[in-house]
Design a protein around this ligand. Sequence first.
Ligand code: PMP
Length: 426
Amino acid sequence: MTNKEAFGLAKKYIPGGVDSPVRAFGSVGGEPFVVDHGEGAYLVDIEGNRYLDFIQSWGPLIFGHCDPDIENAVIATAKRGLSFGAPSNLETKLAKLICDEFKNVEKVRFVSSGTEATMSAIRVARGFSGKDGLIKFEGCYHGHSDALLVKAGSGATTYGNASSGGVPADVVKNTYLARYNDIESVRAIFEANSGKIGALIIEPIAGNMGLVPADNEFLSELRRLCDKNGAVLIFDEVISGFRVSLGGAQKVFGIIPDLTVLGKIIGGGYPVGGFGGKKEIMNLISPVGNVYHAGTLSGNPISVAAGIETISILKENPEIYENVNKKTENLVNKINELIKKYDVPASVNHFGSLFTIFFSKEKVKTLEDAINTNDEFYSTYFDTMLENGVIVPPSKYEAHFVSYIHNDEDVEKLLKGVEKTFQKIA
Ligand code: PMP
């Protein structure tokens, strides 16, 4: 079967042929290849074509596809049962590994996706503060739960909806939108809604409007405003947790939220999410407190075992972060040299092992900046990379992920594709 035939069949039985919209290549044009398997730094499609992968399942695969240690941990665990619906020691072990690294996290609750984790964290935050108002930022994506689908990033931006169909106006009426990296927009909401705001959620390194890190002063002012107004500060570190450092972005910035949301790496590529905070907040969750949260497959042994193995390797080998961060920095420096050489309207944002090439001379700091970058040039970039056997995010609103498995040759291959793109654009 060819990619075209397989995707045609997928479209017959699955809306758009995909289970998550960005996979459909809607914003760059063309049709996706259909994956047969992964192999280290590569994806292989059903026609046998190999693609150097700078998506890495959108972040979880910090060691690349089919890492043998994670594979072994999963196989050994699977042989002992796939799901118990009862407590297991694996959950406690993963929770402890997380609590040891995140300063304000004394207890963690596991779920099966980032969407569930943010949704549940917000419920607990509202339960704790006793106030319904929630501040979120334009361009930040926190999964697809109703209250958070307001100017969300990622696929929700590509598909042009300020909010999604099917979301009742009543559900989003307590969601207040602020501008990323614009503290005055946050201050104005707190002032206009005194006594109403119970929680504020942010990606400290936004990865869903392309990569846009927050300014340190901006985050520290958010911390101050939340304290002053009795609002729970939630960092959504689904992407950045264990990716930019063992203690996530909060450790790098030195700014500690009340609740931390995690996903991706803590499941090593398996479905997972988690949220945690101090016990005063977390003990509100049922069965201890009255904030309800549950899940048939929450804390699933396979996901948890893959997460334990991933985090244990990261903890035992701190040089891994140095390796991926340095590799990314060098790569970004070389892209910047090429931008100068060909004088193309582009700039790069990067943080840790994440980066995005934006086709605009201006530095991107907000969703508006990201929207104003050139779509056509991004499509040219995507197509050129694919022609050269490299798969990069099929949307300008996503980040590239560099993993430990990427070697010098892989980096060179990426840079060759970037240079060819710039030659076309220049
Ligand atoms: N938060 C952030 C920051 C994310 O990037 C994502 C997904 N990429 C989510 C939450 C939702 O996670 P999931 O797709 O696992 O539901």
